[in-house]
Design a protein around this ligand. Structure first.
Ligand code: ATP
Length: 233
């Protein structure tokens, strides 16, 4: 099987006419299966734009993004939806359903895909919440959880369906040190155990130590690509 993410000659623009602005310039990148890659760079350097292009959340305008063997440039909307279902997204603003418990919020990610019977879905949701340190909170409503706990529920929801690729935009911003490191260690474990490939935007220097690879964007260009320590802290 080839690399799960293969990008070549990727450029992207926002706006039209006078306001047209290029956000990405001719990006080439391959990401290995099971790896944890960190994307860093100054504000406005194009990190989120790149992540959302990989995640099939915007149309590829120029160049090629091959995700899990499928070319995204020109991909029809129904196929985009199917592709997104194979991914796990951890973005800012957790978008939890306020009327549903933590367990139900996580279960929804399985229910949508019709996987397993309800009891098995509950067990899967509880297991993932437990891995994120929320075993005691599975029945809580979001209103009764802290910001960091809500973020961890959102992370559990993104991971419970065993996605092949996880895309995360500053997932640790709302987390304390232990929760942040725990989350990144979990992504690493999933990478080793299941081949889950993770790409994470972060400004968090503590995370860098755990990454397999560190990419730096500046003004829409990939200017740095170095191995992380990948250390087990
Ligand atoms: N929807 C949009 N419309 C117009 N311009 C946009 C849009 N989204 C992003 N841009 C511009 O594209 C460039 C890259 O933005 P992007 O959000 O990808 O950067 P970033 O590195 O993720 O920044 P941050 O760290 O602040 O989130 C910036 O100049 C930004 O202003």
């Amino acid at each position: 099987m080839g690399d799960p993410i293969v990008i070549s000659g990727l450029s992207h623009w926002f706006g039209a006419g006078e306001a047209r602005k290029q956000a990405l310039f001719d990006i080439d990148l391959r990401v290995a299966r099971g790896s944890l890659t960190v994307l860093m760079g100054p504000s406005g350097s194009g990190k989120t734009t790149l992540l959302t292009l990989i995640g099939c959340l915007r149309d590829v305008q120029a160049g090629s993004v091959r995700l899990l063997g499928t070319e995204l440039h020109g991909l029809a909307p129904p196929a985009q939806v199917r592709m997104r279902r194979r991914l796990g997204f951890i973005f800012q603003g957790h978008n939890l359903h306020e009327a549903l418990s933590a367990r139900q919020n996580v279960r929804m990610a399985l229910g949508v895909q019709g996987r397993g019977d309800p009891r098995a879905q509950d067990r899967a949701a509880e297991h993932m919440l437990g891995l994120l340190g929320l075993a005691e909170r599975v029945a809580y409503l979001p209103a009764n959880l802290s910001g960091g706990q809500k973020q961890r529920v959102a992370i559990a929801r993104a991971l419970v369906a065993n996605p092949e690729v996880v895309l995360a935009d500053e997932p640790t911003a709302a987390l304390d040190l232990d929760s942040g490191l725990n989350m990144v260690r979990l992504l690493r474990r999933l990478g080793r155990a299941r081949g889950t490939t993770s790409v994470m935007v972060t400004h968090d220097p503590r995370i860098l130590d755990l990454a397999d690879r560190i990419l730096t964007l500046e003004d829409g260009r990939l200017v740095g690509d170095r191995p992380g320590k990948g250390a087990e802290i």
